[in-house]
Unconditional design. Structure first.
Lengths: 630, 161
């Protein structure tokens, strides 16, 4: 158990970062496994702990492996000089394939086009926890750079030996080894000769610093864009296998419902249809999608569903249903009652955030194929090794018997961390002995995928008439702890995250709870500024000494021309700022309220965003164009 | 049940054996293995499945295959000419008008339909014409820029940005 007092500023935390509980288990189930790990869910995984796990500490499926430190695990140079790089990160539209390719090409001094990344294939890439939490650029890029730097040094030594010159006399220019007077030149292919690069990556190997980047730091378009504009790229939904069937799952009547009875006779009578029932799972496999859908619709089910709260009861319910010791926070400072006593003005306010769906344009999809006891699954997931673990558990096979491949995927936004679709497809494939493709419908996406957690945030604060904030008490119920940290200097504060019992499935979501915590905090800061009649920018600057936060606030405000025009009826300006995952951001927005069109409710004005100016200080930028696209 | 046995796809006559009520999208993807057109919603709401029928953009997921029989069907796979990308395909690369790119083929087909109707659409006409094609990653500004590039109204501005 993590000592909550240890969760301090430099540690990033979020329980939803990693896991949403697997939705259901099969009859030959995972009960034994769950017993062994309590609830089987890691509630709070600060990055330091997560990295410790990645380095070898044991944990839930997919966490018990260490990173290889041999060059050959990461980089291979073929006989023709083509460079293949292996990473467990996956491409889901954040264009990390492009930016990681840039980093490797940069470190090796080779053209971008000579580097090809193999991503998210658990049989061939080094273990990886998953693609989430904005970790690919800060952790995988340096990891690949280290491997590339070690490879480069090794290749230079090999080339020097071959060319009979001192290694210091050699440079790599455009994938060629060149000596000082260019009298001797060898290509990468001539040096590597397709050999495996066996060398331990030194812990302290130097990697190229941003000021010396040549390929990284430039705006490069998506490396394999042509495959996408021609329709040639195969997403999971496009994978075809010999003899492949199409699957369809019969969904319960409600979240947490249990199956009372099912009449599958009509479906089973359909030609080519196989019905699979196992505990609460009912699915069909059929030669084509239409028949599968028809068969699933023909199954008559009777479910028993527990009562659920209404929308009106939701937020109070989240406040009142704490889960065990779950939660966390920032180490409190001073005394909130003392701070409140010192205040001239006091405020209390609550902010709510809704459950929202990720709605990736490519729905959850999987193609599963058994060859004997070896299971191969193509699926769009952000955690290929995690899904491999889930499949191994569900089917009681060793992880080595499961291969998960992740084709570049039609987005995820944090929604594709779990492997339920892969598990469902594999269950149907197991029963039919044939490859099965399962693609969730849009309706299933909106009803059966996990959601971004809903939450309620209660804030209590005090401020002096001169604009000094004296007290700050902040309680986030259920939405999460990302972005909880404040960069305002408030001597008395208590900031807590409380985990609740969610009536719906919930899990990671792009930005995690940073969106909710920033929304609540910055809204409240505005209300405080208003209470003491101070300008929103001036009030923020008065309450923070953080140079980088002041930097983005000032940069955004200057570019925007903050304060040059005063708000008027139906026309206003807003500013907010924040810090998360090492990045600082400030945004100025101008909005206007306009009359509704004739088709709309005359009572509702239309909000028009006139302009937005955002300042973002995120450190070295690997690809400015992709950053803007994000 | 009535069957459809012939389709004219990307200038070629293709033989199929499918129910007349099957969606054009499922026939293209599962029977003809032309998987460039995507399933996004199955309800005609997202545009990922857009193809051209006699040059007009249609949502293939809600178009029964019988409606397409005997007509010229153009999919993303049919845009290249003699190994050269269509100007829209080129422009989408130049403008980097994609992130996960799952919407891209539908975007390009919808844009192809738009440019057939209006060779040099204004920004507002592009927004109007492309309204209904969803990019969940939010790459709309670049998609507009790509269509402007393809219609010869601008060159890529990325270097200057």
């Amino acid at each position: 158990m993590i000592d909550k007092q240890d969760i301090i500023n430099e540690i990033e935390l979020d329980r939803f970062e990693l896991f949403e509980k697997p939705h259901y288990s099969f009859a030959f189930d995972r009960r034994d496994f769950i017993k062994g790990f309590g609830l089987g869910i890691v509630f709070i995984v600060p990055v330091t702990r997560a990295l410790a796990q990645q380095r070898g500490e044991s944990g839930r499926g997919g966490f018990n492996q260490s990173l290889p430190n041999d060059v050959s695990a990461w980089i291979h140079i073929a006989e023709d000089g083509g460079i293949t790089v292996f990473t467990g990160k996956v491409e889901v539209g954040q264009n990390t394939r492009t930016t990681l390719t840039q980093s490797v090409a940069d470190e090796l001094h080779v053209p971008l086009g000579s580097v090809h990344l193999v991503m998210g294939d658990t049989d061939v890439v080094p273990f990886d926890m998953g693609t989430f939490g904005s970790r690919s650029t800060p952790t995988m890029a340096p990891q690949l750079r280290k491997a590339a730097a070690a490879a480069r040094e090794m290749l230079i030594a090999m080339a020097a030996d071959q060319m009979k010159v001192a290694p210091a006399d050699l440079r790599i220019v455009d994938a060629r080894f060149v000596n000082h007077d260019k009298s001797k030149i060898l290509t990468l292919a001539e040096v590597a000769k397709g050999r495996k690069l066996v060398k331990v990556i030194p812990e302290d190997i130097a990697i190229t610093q941003p000021k010396d980047w040549t390929i990284a730091g430039t705006s490069v378009t998506k490396v394999d864009a042509k495959a996408f504009v021609t329709g040639a790229h195969n997403y999971t939904t496009d994978i075809q296998r010999e003899g492949m069937l199409f699957g369809k799952v019969v969904r319960p009547s409600a979240f947490n419902a249990t199956l009372v009875s099912a009449d599958t006779k009509a479906a089973e009578a359909m030609p080519g249809v196989k019905v699979v029932t196992d505990g609460n799972f009912i699915g069909v496999a059929a030669p084509d999608q239409q028949i599968a859908t028809r068969a699933a619709n023909a199954i008559v089910t009777n479910w028993k569903a527990p009562a659920q709260p209404s929308n009106a009861e939701l937020f109070e319910g989240l406040r009142k249903t704490p889960v065990g010791e779950g939660g966390g926070g920032i180490r409190p400072q001073g005394s909130v009652p003392t701070g409140m006593a010192a205040a001239d003005k006091k405020l209390e306010q609550s902010y709510t955030v809704a459950y929202i769906a990720h709605a990736p344009l490519e729905p959850r999809a999987a193609v599963a194929e058994w060859n004997g006891d070896k299971l191969t699954v193509w699926t769009g997931t952000q955690r290929p090794f995690g899904v491999r673990g889930e499949l191994a558990e569900a089917f009681h096979v060793p992880q080595e018997k499961v291969r998960v491949l992740v084709p570049d995927t039609g987005s995820g936004y944090g929604g594709k961390h779990t492997g339920e679709c892969a598990t469902e497809a594999a269950r149907l494939a197991k029963a039919t002995g044939k490859p099965v493709k399962l693609v969730w419908t849009r309706e299933e996406e909106f009803t059966w995928a996990y959601f971004r957690p809903a939450g309620v945030i209660d804030v209590k604060s005090g401020v002096k008439n001169d604009g000094t904030i004296t007290a700050w008490e902040f309680h986030n119920y259920n939405s999460g702890s990302a972005g909880l940290q404040i960069k305002y200097d408030i001597p008395n504060n208590e900031i807590r995250f409380h985990e609740s019992n969610s009536p719906l499935r919930q899990g990671s979501y792009r930005g995690l709870a940073a969106t909710a915590n920033h929304f609540a905090r910055e809204s409240h800061i505005d209300e405080l500024a208003n209470a003491v009649n101070l300008d929103a920018l001036e009030f923020r600057l008065k309450n923070t000494k953080d140079e980088r936060l002041r930097g983005v606030l000032t940069a955004a405000a200057n570019k925007f021309g903050w304060g040059k025009t005063k708000s008027a009826a139906n026309h206003g300006f807003g500013i907010s700022c924040g810090f998360e995952k090492g990045g600082y951001v400030a945004t100025c927005v101008e909005i206007s309220l306009e009359s509704p069109t004739s088709k709309e409710d005359p009572k509702n004005k239309r909000v028009r965003i006139v302009r937005v100016v955002e300042a973002f200080d995120c450190g070295a930028v690997v690809n400015p164009m992709q950053l803007k696209n994000q | 049940m009535a069957k459809v046995t012939d389709l004219n796809v990307n200038g070629k006559k293709m033989t199929v054996d499918v129910d007349a009520t099957a969606s054009l999208l499922s026939v293209l993807r599962n029977d003809l293995h032309l998987t460039g057109s995507k399933y996004g919603c199955g309800e005609g709401q997202c545009g990922a499945c857009t193809v051209l029928l006699e040059g007009q953009p249609v949502r293939s997921c809600i178009t029964q295959v019988a409606r397409a029989a005997g007509k010229q069907i153009t999919t993303i796979e049919g845009l290249e000419r003699d190994g050269n990308l269509h100007p829209l395909q080129d422009a989408f690369i130049k403008a980097d008008a994609m992130q996960c790119a799952y919407c891209t083929s539908g975007m390009i087909m919808a844009a192809a339909g738009l440019l057939k109707k209006t060779a040099r659409p204004s920004r507002d006409e592009i927004i109007e014409g492309m309204n209904g094609n969803i990019c969940r990653c939010g790459t709309y500004q670049r998609i507009i820029e790509a269509i402007q590039i393809a219609s010869g109204q601008t060159t890529t501005k990325e270097a200057a940005r």
